[in-house]
Design a protein around this ligand. Sequence first.
Ligand code: FAD
Length: 347
Amino acid sequence: MKKTESKYIIIGAGISGLTTAYQLLKEGEHNFLILEGRDRIGGRVLTKNDIDFGPAWFQPSHKNLLQLLNDLDIEKFNQYSIGKNVLVYNTMAPAHYFESDQSQPSAYRVAGGSIQLIKKMASLLKDKIVLNTKVSKITEIENEIEVLTDNGLFSAEKAIITLPPKLAITLKYTPELPFELNNVMKNTHTWMSNAIKVGMNYESPFWRKKGFSGTIIGQVGPVVELYDHTNADETTYSLMGFVNEGLRDVAAQERKERILVYLEKYLGKQVRHYLSYDEKDWSKDPYTSCSNLKSVYMSPKYGNPVFDMLYMNGKLLFSGTETSPYFGGYIEGAVISGILTANKIKA
Ligand SMILES: Cc1cc2nc3c(=O)[nH]c(=O)nc-3n(C[C@H](O)[C@H](O)[C@H](O)COP(=O)(O)OP(=O)(O)OC[C@H]3O[C@@H](n4cnc5c(N)ncnc54)[C@H](O)[C@@H]3O)c2cc1C
């Protein structure tokens, strides 16, 4: 079988993998490839019709992400929060209405959608990203590491796995990985892999005109959180939110109807006059989620020290937001892990 060789192989073209590649490139290293199983880049970052179906928000404390956005010349803006928010906390009582304190800045969003971060990094890495290349096996052979995929065989001096740990453990490793690492990977929940998002575009922000912010919060309805998701230029008017996981296995048409009935109750019948309506259930995406889905009632702990170590005699590294010692789960964690890994691989 023909073997494609490079100095480094990065597995996964999500934020973490692309950040490592971007760091390597900045330091003059060009001899690497990024292997991606999907037919698209971005991993958990997914923007469709200007709506972020993956990550949407970040905070002033996310310093590495802010630095990266600055480096890449990408603008940010604040989440819209003017007007009445709706809190639905009890099926027996009327909803509670409240306004956000405008002196407190709301979360940031990326202008043009979170995908801008991916697109900008990828534009510098064009010939290095190989799509539709699902990795299945990692083998240590003397001075190199071999990576078997459904699109050929690759080899490198070192390889980085950026898959969520629960997916990384499904690859075959020769020699086998240490028991402790396997055990941690098996028990590391993939952040947001349970989430179902819904997003709609409209001709105008009708909710704003009625004095609503677009925020509706409450665990008792079909949508547990909804927000205004209008773009930075205010040319696409959108609502986006998280669907109640209890509706995961309900037929698509029924779920949609229950969502619309609920939102109509608080925002009016214009809710039904959408230009686009989309949902994304991440638990059904095999490149993010795995079959043993578990709801999470406690924030998982990320950044286990086993991920800081090198394996296969220094040839195999693990990266990705779940491995980050700080802000694990968030975009910031993915960026931190990407930077740390770029430093480690050269050592
Ligand atoms: C619905 C949702 C909402 C979120 N909201 C926020 C938010 O508001 N703010 C925030 O900071 N974070 C949020 N997050 C988390 C954020 O998206 C992640 O922290 C970040 O995108 C993780 O990046 P990563 O590179 O570590 O992993 P991933 O993006 O998962 O990248 C891993 C890559 O590996 C690829 N891959 C998988 N298996 C294989 C294989 N066998 N072979 C080759 N490639 C493979 C995948 O396709 C993927 O591209 C959200 C996530 C989701 C899903």
